[in-house]
Write a protein that binds this ligand. Structure first.
Ligand SMILES: NC(=O)c1ccc[n+]([C@@H]2O[C@H](COP(=O)([O-])OP(=O)(O)OC[C@H]3O[C@@H](n4cnc5c(N)ncnc54)[C@H](OP(=O)(O)O)[C@@H]3O)[C@@H](O)[C@H]2O)c1
Length: 243
């Protein structure tokens, strides 16, 4: 995908990784439509990206999530990519996690990304690149993160199936399996206490990885058909706990 001139919808643009990614894509010449929950952060990131169009949404409002691709396509005159950076962490042994927390984790980490990406697929034409950030927890679910890892794995499985469905249609589906990132993400958890986490990537390094995955992704039948590169690297090597 050529970043320069690409019209990109970025849900989760208010987060640490999402806002760093927005800055890099903007600097690289992409045209952004930014979606996020926190109004002040959304305003700040949008202003820093040439007053990019912005849409507020909460992951619990799946109908509004599904409106985002059409809104972005209208705002940008078309849509070339969607990169979902929405997520929330939750920790604790499985028997300590309430159903309400499990619902929260699955809504933010799986159902909302699915609603956004599903609506993007229904666009005519669909964007050439659909991407979401999952994590190495998909390859090696750590103790104390069962529900978070299960939610990210649900997203990863959906992406893998859609990649197969669309493999001959010119739509590239990316699953960006980041390792731990020093973004403060665990500190914004909805429940539990995180395990000791290894030293992670910097936020800038994480954003660079996503940009690299986008830049090397090619829409069309020769696009990647396996799991994300981080996932491949992690498999068989022993993965440190990470959200
Ligand atoms: N940090 C890590 O170690 C790590 C590792 C692997 C994967 N990831 C994934 O990377 C992505 C970005 O994480 P991050 O580290 O940048 O954390 P972050 O700064 O906490 O960003 C999380 C993003 O999700 C949004 N979000 C959370 N709950 C929401 C809700 N109910 N409705 C709408 N938006 C909501 C946040 O919006 P607000 O700004 O409005 O709160 C924010 O934009 C997530 O998908 C995360 O799972 C992170």
């Amino acid at each position: 995908m050529n970043i320069t001139g690409a019209r990109v919808l970025l849900p989760g643009a208010t987060g640490a990784i999402g806002s760093a990614l927005a800055a890099r894509l903007h600097d690289g010449g992409a045209r952004l439509a930014l979606a996020g929950r926190d109004p002040e952060a959304l305003e700040r990131v949008a202003v820093a990206c040439a007053d990019a169009p912005r849409l507020r949404f909460d992951a619990y409002d799946l109908d509004r999530c599904a409106l985002a691709p059409r809104w972005a396509a209208r705002a940008l005159g078309g849509l070339d990519a969607v990169v979902v950076c929405v997520g929330v962490a939750g920790f604790g042994p499985a028997d300590s996690v309430s159903d309400a927390v499990a619902e929260h984790l699955f809504t933010v980490n799986a159902l909302a990304p699915l609603a956004i990406l599903r609506a993007a697929l229904a666009q005519e034409p669909p964007p050439g690149v659909l991407a979401a950030v999952t994590g190495v927890v998909v390859d090696a679910p750590p103790a104390g993160m069962a529900d978070y890892a299960a939610a990210k794995s649900a997203l990863a499985a959906w992406l893998a199936a859609v990649r197969r469905e669309r493999r001959r249609t010119g739509v590239t589906v990316l699953d960006v399996r980041l390792p731990h990132v020093e973004s403060g993400f665990a500190g914004r958890r909805v429940a539990g206490d995180p395990p000791r986490l290894p030293q992670g990537l910097t936020v800038g390094e994480a954003a660079d990885r996503i940009v690299a995955e986008l830049a090397t992704s090619g829409a069309g039948p020769h696009s990647r058909t396996g799991p994300g590169r981080d996932g491949e690297a992690a498999r068989g090597k022993g993965v440190s706990p990470s959200p």
